[in-house]
Design a protein around this ligand. Structure first.
Ligand SMILES: O=P(O)(O)OC[C@H]1O[C@@H](O)[C@H](O)[C@@H]1O
Length: 252
């Protein structure tokens, strides 16, 4: 299904449907601009299809903006994911697919939503490295990484951020001595979580430490990460990266 997006000089976006049929839109979804462009496409498609009740509209979002803001962190602050979900819901897609959401709250807030699994990309990474031990960096990542480890028949070492006498520390709950480790998580923003975890893994004797994240933002570059991580694997859900330190899987 073809459509066209036009942007006016003042920033306004407009859409035009170029072909009849089901609507199948794929977006990064990591900007408000992206979401507004989709709203324009859906509005134009709805107008064309008001009499065609058999046509369906599917939206695939590869890196949902605001997915980490999945609660009201403090009183008087906005619950951003709710605002974003309300906007997506107003478009009334029949189906919304979201690649590796940070938490199930996205799927709960967005109507007709389902998860696109990151399993294929972790599997490729796992095979490229050659059977590393999987490491889940925190409690949030444990459940999904545990499911992946089961499917791959891989060893899993859970790690957690704990406080000892009030001081934050990384607790690695397994043996990593002389082993290749693959940290698996949903996204890297600055990447410091992984820099410190990789450092702790190496102090415990890990041979090499690799990082897989589905959404590679890396907003502060790679210099700090290169100090402790051997190689990074991610998808291009957030942006295209050209750096020898990173292997990217194309999803969009
Ligand atoms: O260390 P950075 O990259 O800033 O933050 C990434 C971490 O913050 C969490 O929300 C993510 O799930 C990941 O564990």
């Amino acid at each position: 299904m073809k459509y066209e997006i036009k942007k006016f000089k003042d920033g306004q976006v407009a859409a035009k449907i170029l072909e009849e049929g089901n609507l199948d839109v794929h977006i990064r979804g990591n900007s408000y601009d992206d979401l507004f462009a989709i709203a324009a496409i859906k509005e134009a498609w709805d107008a064309e299809n008001s009499m065609n009740k058999t046509a369906t509209a599917t939206l695939s979002i590869y890196c949902l903006i605001g997915q980490r803001s999945d609660r009201r962190f403090n009183a008087k602050e906005s619950f951003d994911l709710k605002v974003i979900a309300n906007f997506i819901n107003s478009m009334a897609f029949d189906k919304v697919e979201i690649l590796h959401p940070h938490s199930p709250i996205s799927l709960a807030l967005i109507e007709n939503a389902s998860k696109l699994s990151h399993f294929p990309y972790v599997k490729k990474t796992f095979e490229a490295i050659g059977n590393p031990v999987l490491v889940s960096p925190d409690a949030g990542a444990y459940k999904t990484t545990h499911e992946i480890a089961e499917k791959l028949e891989a060893d899993l070492v859970p790690s957690n951020k704990v406080r000892v006498d009030g001081i934050p520390q990384i607790s690695i709950q397994g043996d990593v001595k002389d082993k290749d480790c693959l940290i698996v998580d949903d996204l890297a923003d600055g990447g410091r979580t992984f820099k410190f975890l990789a450092d702790a893994l190496k102090k415990q004797g890990a041979a090499k430490v690799f990082l897989y994240v589905t959404h590679g933002q890396f907003n502060y570059g790679f210099d700090e990460l290169k100090e402790t991580i051997d190689h990074v694997y991610c998808t291009n859900s957030f942006k295209k990266i050209e750096d020898e330190f990173v292997t990217q899987f194309k999803v969009i």
